[in-house]
Design a protein around this ligand. Structure first.
Ligand code: NAP
Length: 490
């Protein structure tokens, strides 16, 4: 099926019609990625850092052009998209700086111990090697930071891998322009031809992830899509790691001490819930609050003034509307609504669905039903046993939050319950907004991610694409030869 940009504000198609990548093109892209990998994986960490800096500079220099086309395709707005390009170049520079410091590439030395077994052993030198060409699936909701040149591509390039990218069909022109700018910058900075390539179409993604020359996959998107690709990656004759970051159902627990100012709290909740029209993987999608009519009234009053914003695509709107209707009908949720949606373009009015903990305990599957868009679920609880009973039914999440004035034993139990389900636990902070830093963890138990041991944000995201190799018993000169580049950072 051909691909064309659609303006979410009007529903009208525009721009070139892009044909899906053919199987002959896939074959040649992957062959080039293999050749490029052979050279790129042997370049020194500091050479790779220089290339990443050049790539970041090229993106920064083209911010205006990139943001203009991304806004036309995603309707995410100029300020948000400009900030996102900044975050993307910050990510590239952060990986470059880590490489310059020797992080993740310096080998660890385990000196020989002259003693009988089991204490005695020869000298070991443990190195990390680039895993091979990586398949990256661009996300719909972050046309820059999780797309063609997002964190997955940046960390794979930093590790020494070449990258084959599937463009998301919701922003094909943004993907193509990002790719053209990046390719020129990479080649000008000395990276090998074939270091990155870009393809389009549903079948392209399947062909790439099942190709035996691809060594790992990285994905941000839905649970259904990520799971399908994960299964393809595992069913290969040679299974490969597939790092999927899936869904957006995140729990936020509020204790009564946090509700001293219900109006301020309701406003902050709606700001986080409706940011980017609710299309964030870190959306505060399920809010647990004590039975408190005043708070619900404050949400209702403030929500009634909130305007609808466009969805990323027609498909995102349809799925959202269907799931929202399902949750309402199956849980008899009380529906609070914002201003009505225009009929043109892809809009739905913002909404909050209020249900009791008891009702959710009867239908726990609706806790996991994702309404990716401007809809939140508020679950009211009457005592802590009920709260813990519902928390125990949650699936894995990227982030869990606790709002409380203090931390006593009761709050410690909630923090532990959240930590057993989520990859990040935030105290008195909303889940939206993911800092790109060494301490970050953006992942979590399935279905938040397909590998709960890894993060897709922050410098340690690079470890997803590095394979340990321990050298044993080589003479000292040879140890230096196998690690010279990474040790000296030439
Ligand atoms: P999606 O439907 O999962 O699609 C993401 C990518 O995977 C697209 O390139 C899609 O290709 C491909 N794909 C999907 N199903 C596939 C299959 N069975 N086999 C092969 N390839 C497949 O995600 P989306 O388009 O962004 O839709 C929105 C959903 O993604 C929401 O449910 C939301 O939760 C989730 N999401 C999560 C995050 C997060 O960070 N966790 C971020 C954004 C979105 P085609 O489009 O060409 O079919």
């Amino acid at each position: 099926m051909s691909i064309q940009s659609v303006n979410p504000r009007t529903g009208e198609s525009f721009g070139p019609i892009i044909a899906p990548t053919t199987s002959a093109q896939v074959d040649s892209m992957i062959a080039s990625a293999v050749t490029a990998f052979e050279r790129w994986s042997l370049t020194s960490a500091t050479s790779r850092a220089k290339v990443l800096f050049a790539l970041a500079d090229a993106l920064d220099a083209n911010t205006e052009k990139l943001v203009e086309i991304a806004d036309a395709e995603t309707a995410l707005g100029i300020p948000r998209l400009t900030g996102e390009v900044g975050r993307t170049t910050f990510q590239l520079r952060t990986f470059a700086q880590a490489l310059e410091k020797g992080e993740f590439v310096a080998p660890s030395i385990d000196s020989a111990v002259d003693a009988p077994l089991p204490q005695g052993h020869p000298k070991f030198l443990k190195t990390l090697r680039a895993i091979g060409p990586v398949a990256v699936f661009g996300a719909s909701n972050f046309p820059f930071a999780f797309s063609v040149l997002g964190g997955d591509t940046a960390s794979a390039l930093a590790a020494g891998c070449s990258v084959v990218i599937k463009a998301h069909p919701a922003h094909p022109q943004t993907s193509q322009l990002s790719f053209d700018i990046a390719k020129k910058a990479l080649i000008d900075a000395g990276a090998p031809e074939g270091i990155i390539s870009l393809g389009h179409g549903f079948d392209f993604g399947k062909s790439v992830i099942t190709d035996p020359r691809i060594s790992a996959g990285a994905f941000t998107g839905s649970k259904a899509g990520g799971r399908a690709l994960f299964d393809l990656a595992q069913d290969r004759e040679c299974p490969i790691p597939f790092y999927g970051e899936l869904g957006s159902v995140n729990p936020v627990v509020v204790t009564s001490t946090a509700l001293s100012d219900v109006n301020a709290f309701a406003g902050a909740y709606l700001d986080s819930l409706l940011m980017g029209n609710g299309q964030f993987c870190t959306n505060p999608s399920v809010l647990f609050v004590p039975d408190n009519a005043e708070f619900i009234n404050a949400v209702q009053e403030q929500l009634s003034h909130r305007e609808p914003s466009p969805f990323l695509s027609e498909a995102t709107k349809s799925l959202h509307d269907k799931n929202r209707a399902d949750v309402i009908s199956k849980t008899s949720a009380r529906l609070l609504q914002g201003k009505s949606a225009p009929t043109q373009g892809f809009f739905s009015s913002p909404a909050v669905l209020v249900v009791s903990a008891q009702s959710v305990l009867t239908h726990p599957e609706y806790l996991a039903t994702e309404c990716f868009g401007p809809t939140g679920l508020v679950v009211t609880y009457s005592h802590s046993d009920e709260l813990h009973a519902v928390l125990s039914k949650l699936e894995g999440a990227l982030v869990g939050c606790l709002f409380s004035q203090n931390i006593s034993t009761a709050e410690e139990l909630i923090l532990n319950a959240l930590a057993s389900k989520a990859g990040r636990v935030a105290f008195n902070a909303w889940p939206t907004g993911v800092a790109v830093t060494a301490g970050q963890n953006h992942g979590g138990p399935y279905p938040a991610s397909t590998s709960s041991l890894h993060t897709s944000v922050g410098t340690s995201a690079i470890t997803r694409f590095l394979r340990p190799v321990a050298f044993q018993g080589l003479p000292d000169e040879s140890y230096r030869a196998v690690t010279a580049d990474t040790v000296k950072g030439k």
